[in-house]
Design a protein around this ligand. Sequence first.
Ligand SMILES: [Zn+2]
Length: 283
Amino acid sequence: MPEGDTVYKVAASMRPLLVGQVLEQVRILTVVGSERLKGSLVTGLETRGKNFLLTLQGKREMMLRVHLGMNGSWHRYAPGASWKGSARDARVQLHTAEHVFVCFTPKNADLFEARELPVFLPVARLGPDLLGPEPKLEVAAQRALSLPDRPLAEVLLDQRVAAGLGNVYKSELCFLGVYPKCALEGRFYEPHEGFSPWTPVGEVGLQAVISLLARGRDALLANLGGWERTTTFDRRREPQRGRATHWVYERGGRPCRVCRAPIQRRVWGGEARVTYWCPGCQP
Ligand SMILES: [Zn+2]
C-alpha cells in the first residue's frame, strides 16, 4: 500500500506536467457529470497524508481528492497510447494536451468545491501531516492517547492521529523505538528501545509517542528521493548501499538483525494488515 512518502513522490512527479495545464477531457467514474470539468485549469496539486488534492479552476474552483487505498495507482500515458490496466478500473482520467493521467482502482475519488476543504471530513479529520512543513507532533500524540487502550501499531496507522504512515513504517517504527534523549536525533535508522506493536498506547506515554512520530517524520523525509524505501540506513548519505532495507517488515521467520530471534508475523485488523516484530528487541 502506498505510504505518505510514495504519495508525496508521485505528486511531485505529476505536478510539473499537470499544474498549469487545461484539462481537455475529464472522467471520474464516481462523480456524476464529471465531464463538465472539461476546460478547467489545474492550479494546484498537493498532498495531505495519503490524499492527493488537485485544485481545478473552471466556472467555480473545485477540488478533486484521490486516495489510492491498498491497490490504487496513477499511470501516465501519451494521448492515444494503450493502457496497462482495464478501462473498467480507470476511475479517474485527466487528459491534457500532452498527457493522459489515469488512476486505477483508487479507494476514493471525490469532487467538491475548494472552499469546502476545511469541512471536507476525510481531509479535515486528518491528524498533523508528517510530511507537512512543521507538524504539531504533540497534538498528534495527544490524539493518540485519547484512546489509551489501543495497540501502538493501530495508532500509528490511524491517519486521524498523524497522516502519512502506512504498514511498512508502522512495523519498522515499533522496532526502531524512541529517539534517545541525547544525540541520534535525526538518525532515524538507529534502533533504540523498541516497543511491542501490541503495547497499549497509554503505556507508551506522551513523550515516547512524540519521539516515535518524530522518527517517523525523519524516515519519511529521508525516503523522498527516487529510490527504494529504507529504514536501516540513510540513502541520502549512502546511495550505493545494497539490500537489507528493513529491520522487520516482510522478514517473518528470519533472524532479527540485532538479536537473532526469529521475526514474528501476524495478520491483524481491517484490510488484512500484516505486522512484523522481534520478540527479543520489542518486549
Ligand atoms: Zn531482535
